[in-house]
Ligand binder design. Structure first.
Ligand SMILES: [Zn+2]
Length: 922
């Protein structure tokens, strides 16, 4: 009896002590409100842009970038329609526009500055060594508009800073954002620099690349074939995957960290993070910029700027002039102009080789200032900080032991159990989110957050929060500990969280992953508040205030990282791989953001008087999110704002026997998948889709499915592609492909086959020698590169060919070598496919094609054009059957009449116009 009573008394005592240490649940609602408030404030700060200057402001601010001038140029530039390389709009109208503006700049330049302009026309090739689908990229007669600013008197500078952007666009897009924005920013920077009264220490080269969208060929042409590039020491590249927003500097170097010092010291609106650089360079972002060519082929250090947030309209017909705010132009112009002026006077450019440094950790804090330190410093910082944090935790534990008279053994067990509880809560939270992601994807409910972005918080972050606040709550409630007061136990859980972060940070540091700074920040602030609490020695309640105040800056920073990453990666899921699960990526981002923002908050829930109420509120939010998700509001796409993307090619395919007779000929509508919902959403809406099937065994029967893929990598999505029978497409100029002769060399047992083809400006070739035959030479490039993914055991080489202003017949040769036993000339031992993509010829859509496209729902953005494929294994006198000599309707006066023009102007007076060309590579 007595014993029982005393036990009950003990429990009552223990509970009343715990109760005294508990906090009202409303506090937690308040803390949640403050965290959400910080998030919203950070958002407001993020979207607040500098005031755009007008022409009228120029008299008062003669040195500043004028957004209105850039915007007027953008109007002209985006008014000519899509600027696809090889089209009249690109090669004549836009080249002419850029020349006119630059010549005007030259005419009004300060007498101290000399402005020169050239239109480069180039022919060349490069090999893009992509993992499964490498390609040889060949270009002929593509055009870049290049300008430079040098001192009007004295010798030419020996060192140049280069600025680059591209003026071509993708098909069917006015390309106001991509990359009209950066082209007009560059024009305005050119104008402002040309008016400086003092000459700059270094020359400035402005490259307006005329062929970027087709595998970065224009920048390669400048690097490989233009004499000005020889003196380029550093560059700033500018591209766009969005409409509006801030320009993020998302990759720099590699290894030339002094560039970051100039960025830190000169740029008025910093916006950058090493996380973006690492994600981009790890190929987690499905795009490439000219930065790749300048740094990889040109071996010059530089920086890459882009607009990257909310890129729903990027590469669509909605990428229009009125979607680009003047404030965005001002923001980018301010940054680029300041950086250009600083780097154009940088001493480092005199001897760039001596300034090769290391990679760096860099990030802006709320666009206010830049934090930057080299990699070696980050290693010292991370290790030093981890040691201090461990020491602070150690002292804190020792003080608790002394106060509570707990033994070292019981304290050690408590620590281990606390780490286990936090770890288990995180694992369960991550698991819940991932399981939900797998379920939603499986039942076809994926991408509900594509338009309603807040659903990510409800669907993925909330389950994580429920798990990470329930774990500590259940642990302190149901696992009794007579020695440690409740608040000491919660402190232990916080220490455990910090310990886990330290382990993560050390692993990331060992792997040289600079994004680990995210954890540096969390550990730093937690350590500081732990030290403050050690000094103050408050035992109950007060330590919580100190701890919470220390969380404000990390929460603000993680909110800004959250905004940037979601705004970049959500729209990207609309142009991804149809076979992947977008829920997993977005769910993981959500969990990571949840971990960073709330890691040091959720263990506090164990202190709430009615913790179950607080956790219940989270459950309610989760349920509400699920309900919204299944209603119409959770439908991923909206017309004009967040459209769903489709590529539809009206294809004709002709396969020939080796004797030259047609083996197979057919026409189809081909749907290239873009996202998780191709094509399930249109199956009921588009009546023609009733006839659609997947490719089945077609990819085994014909080389690379016999599909006229635009890019080799599209073959990688063949499992998710669909097609349906169709009538014949219209082609402005049908492909005329001929074998023009062969030459057998008995010495090497090799035969060279020569071909000639006419068609359109975007063509591709597949070369695939049969087993046992070697491809030993071709005219596309000096060396035969490695094969892409094999087809039926055969090597497959892909050549992407684009011509700009030169549309004369294209001639090429292929040399193969057979076994010594066979007289070689009697047979043809390789497959050769010719692809033609008529991508800026929408007006050639047939009635049937137009009707089909017309049936697509209004939220669909359909890129649609005719494409052609022809596969040969013919005898030597092969002549395609059924192709007549139709006059080339597109071969207008403009192409043959065009010449490459180089005009040189100076401050005030044009010196003259010189006709010249950039010679093809010898
Ligand atoms: Zn671009």
């Amino acid at each position: 009896m007595a014993e029982t009573t005393s036990e009950q008394e003990l429990i009552t005592k223990d509970e009343s002590r715990q109760d005294r240490e508990k906090i009202s649940t409303w506090w937690f609602v308040g803390i949640t409100g403050v965290a959400v408030g910080i998030y919203l404030l950070v958002y407001w700060n993020w979207v607040s842009m500098p005031t755009a200057l007008r022409r009228a402001d120029e008299a008062r601010h003669p040195e500043r970038f004028i957004a209105e001038v850039a915007k007027q140029h953008l109007f002209e530039m985006s008014n000519v329609g899509p600027r696809v390389a090889g089209s009249y709009a690109n090669e004549v109208l836009t080249v002419g526009f850029l020349r006119r503006v630059i010549e005007e700049v030259a005419a009004n330049a300060h007498p101290a500055q000399r402005v020169e302009i050239e239109v480069q026309r180039a022919t060349g090739d490069m090999f893009l060594d992509y993992t499964n689908y490498p390609q040889t990229s060949v270009y002929r007669g593509i055009q870049n508009v290049v300008a430079r600013i040098v001192p009007a008197t004295g010798p030419d500078p020996d060192n140049y800073l280069m600025l680059g952007s591209h003026f071509d666009s993708v098909p069917q897009s006015p390309g106001a954002g991509d990359d009209g924005t950066m082209s007009v920013v560059m024009l305005e920077v050119l104008r402002k620099v040309s008016q400086l009264p003092e000459p700059l220490a270094h020359g400035l080269v402005f490259v307006f690349n005329g062929c970027e969208e087709n595998t970065l060929q224009g920048s390669h042409a400048f690097v490989a074939h233009h004499r000005w590039f020889q003196k380029v020491r550093a560059f700033i590249n500018m591209d766009v995957a969005a409409n509006g927003g801030r320009d993020i500097m998302f990759q720099a170097g590699p290894k030339y960290s002094f560039l970051m010092e100039y960025y830190r010291d000169n740029v008025p609106h910093p916006y950058c993070t090493a996380v973006a650089e690492e994600l981009f360079q790890a190929d987690l972002v499905p795009s490439e910029t000219d930065f790749y060519v300048y740094s990889k082929f040109g071996k010059v250090p530089g920086m890459d700027f882009a607009h990257s947030t909310w890129g729903y309209l990027y590469h669509t017909a909605y990428d229009a002039y009125d979607t680009i705010p003047n404030e965005t132009l001002q923001h980018t112009g301010d940054n680029v102009l300041a950086l250009t002026k600083a780097l154009a006077n940088a001493d480092e450019l005199y001897a760039i080789g001596e300034h090769e440094g290391s990679k760096a950790v860099f990030f802006d804090f709320l666009n206010w200032f830049l934090v930057y330190y080299p990699l070696w410093a980050s290693i010292l910082l991370n290790l030093g900080l981890s040691a201090v944090a461990l020491a602070a935790i150690g002292v804190s534990l020792w003080l608790t032991m002394r106060r509570t008279k707990a033994s070292l053994r019981s304290m050690s067990i408590q620590c281990l159990v606390s780490v286990g509880v936090i770890l288990l809560s995180i694992v369960v939270g991550v698991g819940l989110s991932l399981v939900l992601g797998i379920i939603l994807n499986a039942v076809g409910s994926s991408m509900s957050w594509f338009t309603q972005t807040w659903l990510i918080f409800g669907l993925y972050i909330t389950p994580y929060l429920i798990a990470t606040s329930t774990g500590p709550f259940l642990f302190t409630r149901f696992v009794r500990n007579d020695q440690l007061p409740l608040q000491a136990r919660v402190q232990l859980l916080l220490h455990a969280t910090c310990l886990i972060y330290i382990i993560i940070l050390i692993v990331l540091t060992a792997m040289s992953i600079r994004s680990g700074y995210l954890f540096t920040l969390a550990i730093l602030f937690y350590t500081v508040t732990t030290l403050v609490n050690l000094l103050l020695q408050h035992t109950t309640n007060y330590w919580i205030y100190v701890h919470l105040i220390g969380q404000i800056i990390p929460i603000a920073y993680y909110s800004s990282i959250s905004l940037t990453s979601f705004a970049t990666f959500i729209p990207m899921q609309g142009r991804g791989n149809a076979g992947s699960n977008p829920e997993l990526l977005i769910g993981l981002f959500g969990v990571l953001i949840g971990l960073l923002i709330t890691g040091f908050l959720t263990p506090l829930v164990a202190l709430a008087r009615k913790a179950y109420l607080f956790i219940g509120l989270q459950v309610v939010f989760f349920v509400v999110s699920i309900i919204v998700m299944v209603t119409a509001a959770g439908f991923p796409f909206r017309a004009h704002v967040t459209p769903q993307r489709y590529y539809v090619y009206h294809i004709e395919r002709n396969f020939y026997h080796r004797n030259g007779t047609l083996r197979r000929s057919e026409s189809k509508f081909y749907l290239h998948p873009q996202d998780r919902h191709t094509p399930d959403l249109i199956m009921d809406e588009v009546p023609e889709m009733a006839r659609a099937t997947q490719l089945g065994d077609e990819c085994d029967r014909e080389l690379y499915c016999g599909i006229p893929f635009y890019q080799n990598s599209h073959h990688g999505q063949r499992e998710n592609a669909w097609w349906l029978p169709a009538g014949k497409p219209n082609f402005p100029q049908p492909v005329d492909f001929r074998h023009t002769g062969s030459q057998y060399d008995p010495g090497t047992n090799a035969t060279t086959f020569r071909f000639r083809v006419t068609g359109t400006d975007h063509m591709s070739f597949y070369v695939s020698p049969v087993y046992g035959v070697r491809l030993v030479g071709w005219s596309f490039s000096d060396a035969i590169p490695r094969s892409g993914r094999s087809w039926n055991g055969q090597d497959v080489h892909y050549i992407n060919f684009v011509h700009g202003i030169d549309d004369s017949a294209y001639e090429f040769s292929i040399t193969t070598q057979g076994s010594a036993l066979k007289p070689w000339e009697e047979d043809w031992h390789f497959y050769l496919s010719v692809v033609a993509q008529y991508m800026h010829h929408e007006e050639y859509r047939t009635e049937e094609f137009r009707t089909f496209i017309g049936h697509f729902p209004d939220y669909a953005h359909v890129v649609a054009y005719p494409a052609y494929l022809e596969t040969l294994r013919p005898p030597l006198d092969y002549r395609p059957i059924g192709v007549e000599d139709i006059p080339y309707r597109q071969r207008d006066e403009w192409k043959s009449a065009s010449t490459v023009v180089q005009s040189i102007t100076t401050g005030g007076q044009p010196l003259g116009v010189i006709l010249s060309g950039n010679p093809p590579r010898s």
